[in-house]
Structures are given as C-alpha cells and as structure tokens.
Design a protein around this ligand. Structure first.
Ligand code: ZN
Ligand code: MN
Length: 481
C-alpha cells in the first residue's frame, strides 16, 4: 500500500442509567436496598402480580427534574409512561415501565456534550448464576427508579467519554440525585460506538455497536478503546461499512478486556411501546419546577474552583472533598464561623481526612461542629498552639464535645513563650546531642540540618508546646556562644 492511512474518527454516544437515591421503588413502597436477602424487598406491584397497580414515587420525579435542570434540559410540561415489552426471567411483568416519546427531560447539554433526553424507568431484577445447576432470580432490584440519560454522539475518544462520565458522576452525587456507586450498579454506562473512516465523499462509517452495562470507568474506557480498534481492523479485512439496521450489541469481558457479540439490537418496533394504561400522564407544575431550579446548588466545577482559591487546597483534593456534599458544606461553614481558611484547608486534608478514613466515614460524619473546627484553626493561625498540638487536640475532639481551647488547656498544649522554660529545654537538647552540636560548629554546611534537628528535639521535650520561633532564636544564640 502506498496510499496514506485514511483518517479515523471515532463517533461515540452514551446512555447512562443512574439509580435515583429514593428510599422506595419507582411504583411501590418496597425499600430500595442493596445486598438484602433475595426476594425480601418485593410486593405484588414489583413482582408483577395480576391486578396490582403502580403508584408514582414523587421523590423520583423530583430527583429526575433536579438532574434534568442541572443538565440544562427542558423539563416536560406533561410526561407519560410507556410499556417497553420484553421477555426476561428477571422482568416479571414482561415489560418495563419507561418513557418513550415524552421523556421528563429533553434537549440539554453538559460540558459541551449535547444531552438528547433523560427519561425515568424502572430497573429489572437480577439473575443469579453462581448456584450450581440453576439460575436463580432476585427481584429485590425490580422496580428501582432509574434515570436514563442519553447523549448525542458528540464524543470522539475514549478519554473524552471517561472525563465526561467522571464529571457526570460528580454532578449527580453532588445534586443528591444518586449515590452513583458503580460497584453497586447505581451508575451504568452503555456507549454506542462506530468509526468514520476517510474524509469527504469517500468516507464511510462502520456499523454501530452498543456495549452493554459497563460499571466502571476502566471498563468504559477499555470497551471503547477495544471497539474502535476492532471496528477499524474489521473494516480493513472486510471493507464492510454500515447499512441501516445492522446495529449490534456486545458485552464486555473485564478479565480479557475484550468485547463479545450479544443478541442483535432490537429496533424500537420490536419493543411494542405503548402507553401504560395503569398510569396517567403526569402534569408537572411550573411553580414546583421553578422551586427545584431555585434550590439547585452551585455547580460542582464552580465550587471546586472556589475551594481551591479560598482554602489553597489542590484541585484533585478539592474534587474529592466535594464528593461528599455535607463535608464541603462543613468546610465552608467553618470558614464562615471565623476559621482561618488556609489552616482549615490543611486540617481538612490532614488530620480530619485521616480520622474520617480510619472510621470509613466522610469528615462531616466525625461529629465535630463547624464552630469547633473554626476555633481550632484560629488557635493555630493566631500562634497560640502549633500544628502538632492541633493534631493532638483533634484526636481529643473526636472523643469529646469540649471546645478546642478547653482541650488545649487541659492537655497543656498552649504554646509556651516563657523564655526561661524554653531555654531549659534548649540546654537539655544541646546536652543530649553533643555530637550534632560539635559537627555543626566544625562544619558550617551542616549547621542548617543540625539546627533543624535540635529544634525538633526541643519541640519533643516541650511536648509540642514551645513557640518554635523562640526555640530557633535560643538555639542560634546558644550555638553562637
Ligand atoms: Zn414492591
Ligand atoms: Mn434503559
């Protein structure tokens, strides 16, 4: 081949199923609960028993509207419910209640990616394959509310898709719309992938492949990367471009990192969508929508920027902090209560994070009020205690509701500026470290290290409460003698 390699442009759209953070299911009062004993969170409605009637979960509507508004969608004035027919063991009604032609949210955008629509639907149950000799069905998940968000095919690389997915996860968590825990299947991705090969009139496109049910960023990225390569290789081999109707489904093998063929994709005709006769169309009150819009929080990106600027927290850490809304609210509240922003930033990244990690909870659940966090930061910023003492006080604050100043006093951690007391510690440190002292005096290059070491020793002797500035001065003057 002498011709230059043709231009290759991946074209990718995303369908994302997000489990709404409701207490109960979409159309019945059964609890939404991950990991419960199989088939214990079920009732006639979600079991699809004859005669059972669905009742709409208002909270699910509210969360869907919230997400739709944050995705800059138009919220429908009237939305309706449709039956999407298919036959699976984990779908007891043989249809899924979904929204076909009147989705609750329409035509938005996020970070430059167009959102085609977002509609409500119910989840299916789960087939369980790990029992030898049989497949079991657990219907606890059947009827769980999902928001299906569909983008236009605006992505052109696996990286761009992953970046968007991470931002979307952050957004729905931040909005309180979904916990979006992918290990629990609360956020699942289905990319539609094909490739344009060549340019202008000679360009052709490969058949679209939809990869089903990806539940990690890694598998999302891996599946897209694999599909792009596979489609290009197949085109080189067969020269077959897309024809209408040849969209297919593939699954993802996470261990082998390959996609594998699945059933042919149904066209919407096959689903025999029709309006659900058990559910009336829903008219959404404009005032209610406006009140949800007014209550939308600051966008996560804007908030991350603000956290970086106000608290000198690195962007990556700020992004992690805002994953728990209550925690980042606590940080702001501590600053508002008079805390020192820079010190608060250090404390949040330092010992507050450490205590939270040790307990496996977010910082907001450590049980420490904003005013106390603020006070602790002020004690440091005002030079009344040092950083080591602050960490020791924080240890106590976890166990005691007492105010930090009180604890500092009880623990004797207020910084000592008593010169004779500090001088005594300095003498003690110098006496105990004659080698370091004589080295430093013999070799000026070693002076700085020796000085740092001796300061550390004095701080240790003082139990962390000596004023470090005074310590440094006293060491210098004593070494000079
Ligand atoms: Zn139920
Ligand atoms: Mn769906």
């Amino acid at each position: 081949m002498t011709a230059a390699a043709p231009a290759i442009e991946p074209i990718i759209g995303l369908e994302i199923h997000v489990q709404l953070a409701t207490r109960t299911k979409m159309f019945c009062g059964c609890a939404v609960e991950f990991g419960a004993e199989p088939n214990t969170r079920v009732c006639p409605v979600c079991l699809g028993l004859p005669g059972a009637l669905p009742v709409i979960n208002e909270r699910a509507i509210e969360l869907a509207v919230r997400a739709g508004l944050a995705l800059n969608c138009t919220i429908a004035e009237v939305t309706k419910w449709d039956r999407k027919s298919y036959y699976y063991p984990d779908l007891p009604k043989n249809y899924q209640i979904s929204q076909y032609d009147m989705p609750i949210a329409d035509g938005g955008s996020l970070d430059g990616i167009r959102i085609r629509r977002a509609h409500l639907e119910e989840d299916a149950g789960k087939n369980i394959h790990d029992i030898p000799g049989c497949t079991a069905v657990d219907l606890n998940r059947a009827g769980t509310p999902l928001l299906e968000i569909v983008t236009e095919p605006d992505f052109h690389s696996a990286d761009a898709v992953r970046e968007f997915a991470i931002r979307l996860q952050r957004l729905v968590r931040y909005l309180g719309v979904s916990e979006a825990n992918m290990q629990k299947g609360q956020m699942r991705f289905e990319p539609n992938i094909n490739v344009r090969i060549g340019t202008g009139e000679d360009a052709c496109v490969t058949p679209i492949v939809e990869v089903k049910n990806l539940n990690s960023f890694r598998s999302l990225h891996g599946a897209i990367t694999y599909e792009i390569d596979r489609q290009v290789a197949q085109w080189r081999e067969t020269g077959v471009a897309a024809e209408t109707g040849n969209k297919s489904n593939r699954g993802w093998d996470d261990a082998k990192m390959v996609t594998l063929p699945q059933r042919e994709k149904e066209e919407s005709d096959d689903y025999r969508y029709f309006p659900d006769p058990d559910l009336v169309p829903l008219t959404l009150d404009r005032n209610w929508i406006d009140s949800i819009r007014a209550a939308l929080p600051e966008r996560p990106d804007a908030r991350i920027e603000r956290i970086v600027a106000n608290f000198a927290i690195p962007e990556k850490s700020a992004a992690a902090l805002i994953d728990d809304r209550a925690t980042v609210d606590l940080l702001d509240a501590a600053a508002a209560a008079g805390g020192d922003p820079l010190t608060l930033g250090k404390h949040f990244l330092g010992f507050w994070s450490m205590h939270a990690n040790q307990r496996g909870v977010p910082i907001a659940q450590l049980g420490i009020v904003a005013a106390h966090m603020a006070e602790l930061s002020r004690l440091v910023a005002d030079g009344k205690i040092n950083a080591t003492a602050a960490a020791a006080i924080a240890d106590q604050m976890i166990k005691s509701p007492a105010a930090p100043a009180r604890l500092a006093e009880q623990l004797g951690l207020f910084q000592s500026s008593d010169e004779s007391e500090i001088a005594a510690w300095v003498d003690q440190a110098l006496a105990a470290n004659r080698k370091a002292v004589s080295d430093a005096l013999a070799n000026p290059k070693k002076m700085k290290a020796a000085r740092g070491f001796l300061t550390g020793q004095v701080m240790k002797l003082s139990g962390g409460k000596a004023d470090p500035k005074l310590v440094g001065q006293l060491i210098d003057s004593k070494l000079a003698k």
